[in-house]
Design a protein. Sequence first.
Length: 248
Amino acid sequence: MKKIAVFMMLVFIIIAGCSNKSDTSTEKTGAETKEKQEKSLSNEQASKQPVLKYIKEGTMDANIVAPGFLNAAKEKEINAITKKMQKSLANKQEWFKAYISKTKKGEKLPYHPNFGITEKEYRLLLNSDHHIRLKKIGDTSLTITKEGDQLILKTDNTKIIKTVYIDLKKNTVKTEAGTLKYDGKIKASKGQVVTGEWSGEAWALKGKSPEDMSAEFYIGKLKDTGETLVTFRINQNTLKAEEMLKFK
């Protein structure tokens, strides 16, 4: 899974420029203005705890899932391209940062010979999400309880989700990374290739610099299977961790 994580990190950068959003399914559709976000939050409060549409009290089994290649040969080919590009960019970091800064967030980086790969290889890298899907990597027991205005999620076999507190009144999510504020709705999109289409809610902790902790938390429902998908992602300098749960 370490190779997948490194590979996905590079793909996130080249596909989305300097944006932190990824195609592991969590990119919000459309850029929301502050006014729209505030209106969205107001609507959330008025709709009386919408997160309850996706999770309910009780103890259940959940699958721990992660992005994985569908085909071993394609994985080997794409990993080789990724390694070649990483090697080429290793001594061009200042140039790469400047190159990224010229690209608008959400736009794919145009090809450049400095990548150290061919245009054909770069196109394969850009379209690599079509060869990746969520795969089961483990199991965990998940217990959800409601105490006053809080929903408490507890797991017994996870690395970073562990215990999560969802404040239904303040619409915040408290994790080991800190307290995340509501960050809008996720709309189902055909661009959600890796996970399959899903819609849900998002919370985020946004650091002011790369040294600061930032985190993203998502709860939603998969369109095709009706399963609930929970994603927790942490970013701080070189510390990058992601965990995903899927359950009925």
